[in-house]
Design a protein. Structure first.
Length: 144
């Protein structure tokens, strides 16, 4: 089995934690501003997109290295993480829509409803942390 690139994963997970903390701070302390301050809102959107990218990148890496599996879609990455017990299966089922949200931000950006992004930002940090914790555990298992 090919070893996981631990330092690369740790760097990405550090960024994921920073993003989750910043998103949480934005929705807690500047929620009203997000609706009227376009640069601030754009930053939120970007942090959401990057955070989901990190989850899919790290998840894909773990699936490829540990299970020799390469899902072809972002949703399949999240589902496979549940199937292999990296994250709880029910959590994977709840979060698989994250992939579609990322695609909306990237490909259908002209159809994005800012209220939907802000609403998702209220729950996303905790979800991002669940993924991060699961990935950290996988790194620890790999290094044993």
């Amino acid at each position: 089995m090919t070893p996981l690139h631990v330092q690369t994963i740790q760097d990405k997970l550090f960024r994921l934690k920073q993003n989750a903390d910043f998103i949480e701070d934005l929705v807690r302390n500047r929620s009203k501003e997000l609706e009227s301050d376009q640069p601030l809102y754009n930053g939120l959107e970007h942090l959401m997109q990057i955070s989901i990218e990190i989850i899919v990148d790290v998840g894909s890496h773990i699936l490829a290295e540990k299970f020799h599996e390469s899902p072809s879609t972002y949703e399949q990455v999240i589902t496979a993480l549940g199937t292999h017990g990296i994250i709880p299966k029910d959590f994977a089922e709840q979060q698989k829509g994250m992939a579609g949200f990322r695609n909306l931000l990237v490909h259908d950006y002209d159809k994005v409803d800012p209220k939907q992004v802000i609403a998702y930002a209220h729950t996303a940090p905790e979800s991002f942390r669940v993924f991060g914790k699961a990935f950290v555990e996988q790194i620890a298992i790999q290094s044993l």
